[in-house]
Design a protein around this ligand. Sequence first.
Ligand SMILES: Cc1ncc(COP(=O)(O)O)c(C=O)c1O
Length: 387
Amino acid sequence: MEKIRSKFLLNPEVTHLNHGSFGACPKPIFEDYQKWQLELEKNTVNFFVKQGPQLLRQSRAALGEFIGCNEDDVVFTMNPSYALNIIIKSFPLKAGDEILGTDLEYGAMDRTWNYYCGKVGAKYVQQKISLPTFSKEQIIEEFFAGLTKNTKAIFISHITSTTALRLPVEEICAIAKEKGLITIVDGAHIPGHISLDLATLQADIYTGACHKWLLTPKGCSFLYVKRELQDLFDPLIISWGYESDAPTHSRFIDYHQLQGTRDFAAFLTIPKALEFRKNFDWKTVSAEQRKTSQANYQRFAEAANGMILCPISDDFLGQMCSIRINCPDFEKLGATLYNEYKIEIPVFPHGDFVYTRYSFQGYNTQAELDTLFAALSEIRSTTNLLG
Ligand SMILES: Cc1ncc(COP(=O)(O)O)c(C=O)c1O
């Protein structure tokens, strides 16, 4: 573990248990990022105009191989919000149409759906998923109870944000396709965290963040759209790729790759990130950390007087665990953990409840979780922050 930890730039004075929010980038990948930035500054025009498209293609190809899709069906975006805004802004919605989602989705995406649905009189339906949940079947049943004759698409997180639950997206997409619905998956937490194969997953549209679990620098995410649907979506930024004077073989790439002048160095780090994974046998690291993460879930709940949210198994959990807590002041609890114990962990509200979630990335140790549990126990016995 020390060998892995030494590769990261993380401040050693802080216990970092929040990889899930913005990730952390190891030194060799960060150096690769800076290398590309230097290349750009040394020969700007050549880099933007000539090398850039080719380098981006290579990076898309490497990513495509990793996630199971063709390089021309995936484009880089800064973040999943950007990717989903491309989709939601152009989604062919009319008055009365419905988009079926859950009440566990990421707040920024809820806002985006509500904004664009509101413009045309369509409805974003947030189906309640009971917590704790007990089985995949229960989630699937609760989700599809929201289906009506007006449903046009489903929208679902592969791993949810505040509640850190792996939802049965494989099964849900298969059922949705049988019903003729478009399937849109928010996989912000998936690349590098749990395996992803877009060739078998029946997702028409998928976004993932690479700067979280795939360890790239910030600002590297992707949007995948199945070939047959690509023409539905306009660029979010109209630039030279729209009605291009020199169109390439892919309108999808032309539309979404050209955005005006921007630093796309982070997009180019995918091959290095994949090489890093290989060098450190990251699949094994990840599997071991997932095991330890899950083995500590119940203790987490006990320390904080909270509630676990699902059965403890790979069906529901990756390397993040979230509990529901009785906390009258979530901001104060988060600040206490950080200021007094130097523990970085999110404490956040979702719906009517407050949750806290640890991430257990390759650089984390059991000792760090023990530190967290001791802090929570002490806070519980000395304050009223954990009822
Ligand atoms: C489930 C989920 N979707 C989407 C996002 C969006 O990320 P961003 O705000 O970087 O676009 C996040 C971020 O953590 C997330 O957890």
